[in-house]
Design a protein around this ligand. Structure first.
Ligand SMILES: *[C@@H]1O[C@H](CO)[C@@H](O)[C@H](O)[C@H]1NC(C)=O
Ligand SMILES: *[C@@H]1O[C@H](CO)[C@@H](O)[C@H](O)[C@H]1NC(C)=O
Length: 274
């Protein structure tokens, strides 16, 4: 299970992303017939069980995907994901939020498959105004339920754009990425195991719907009764974030000095000065 919380707040200006891998908590779920459209995959994506379940499948010819009907500007968005079981090497199950246009904002979770018994990696990225290159990767573990794994602070003052003005849609997809996903592309998809299937349930967008250029939430945060709107990482959240990053992080763009010979991105150096 996996949860994104997306709430650029007028006061705290923090964007906090939670990852929940396993949980008994069931969000009050909507209905996939009302909430999403299957957008590609020629029948490989299916809405089942009266709208309670979506399955996506991948075979040699194609993967598949769906997206939310609504766009949101601020919100807390939950979904339970069941990743491809067994030998999932080469496959990627993606779950992300993205706005439109060439100067888009995006928050990514991509679950990189692996051989049976070898660990999945969750690959994350943040794009603001069309610029990404902010990858962090983590091993999944059974004990990160409800724990924050990444935060993206508002550093507009230092010239780093922040994703707070463009409404985003939720997207999910299952596709082949065996040129890079598993051990950097060394382990290929075993097509004899196809079709690969991932499933999704309990989509819950506790979020402000964007319609005709207006968000359904008031811009006046003190009259906004959504609890997530004023939520921020408290000191115990900060400690958990540090713990996850220390024990499960396997890649951090802010430590990849080879990749940025001209110097690390601004947000990395601002952070380390703290
Ligand atoms: C797959 O397992 C190998 C061996 O444990 C590990 O090095 C790698 O990081 C794992 N994940 C991916 C997505 O490659
Ligand atoms: C914002 O909401 C608060 C509480 O409802 C109200 O007192 C205040 O006047 C509102 N401000 C604006 C600018 O609407």
């Amino acid at each position: 299970m996996d949860k994104i919380s997306y709430h650029p707040n007028a006061v705290e200006k923090l964007l906090i992303i939670f990852l929940v891998v396993q949980g008994l908590m069931v969000a009050s779920a909507g209905n996939f017939y009302q909430d999403v459209d299957i957008t590609w995959g020629d029948g490989r994506g299916k809405i089942l069980n009266n709208g309670q379940l979506v399955t996506l499948s991948l075979d040699k010819a194609s993967g598949s995907g769906f997206q939310s009907k609504n766009e949101y500007l601020y919100g807390k968005i939950d979904m339970q994901l069941k990743l491809v079981p067994g030998n999932s090497a080469g496959t990627v199950t993606a779950y992300y939020l993205k706005s439109q246009g060439s100067s888009w904002d995006e928050i990514d979770f991509e679950f990189l498959g692996n051989l049976s018994g070898d660990p999945y990696i969750v690959h994350t990225n943040v794009y603001t105004k069309g610029k990404g290159d902010r990858e962090q990767q983590f091993y999944l573990c059974f004990y990160v339920d409800g724990r924050p794994i990444r935060e993206f602070k508002n550093l507009e003052g230092a010239g780093v754009p922040y994703p707070k003005t463009q409404p985003m849609r939720m997207y999910s997809s299952l596709w082949n990425a065996d040129d890079w996903a598993t051990r950097g592309g060394l382990v290929k998809t075993d097509w004899s195991q196809a079709p690969f299937t991932a499933s999704f349930r309990n989509f819950n967008a506790n979020a402000c719907i964007w319609s005709n250029g207006v968000s359904s939430c008031s811009s006046n945060s003190s009259s906004n009764n959504n609890a997530w709107f004023s939520q921020q990482l408290d000191s115990s959240g900060q400690r958990v974030l540090k713990w996850v990053q220390k024990n499960y992080m396997v890649y951090d763009y802010c430590k990849d000095t080879k990749r940025f010979p001209q110097g690390l991105p601004v947000e990395c150096t601002v952070k380390s000065r703290k």
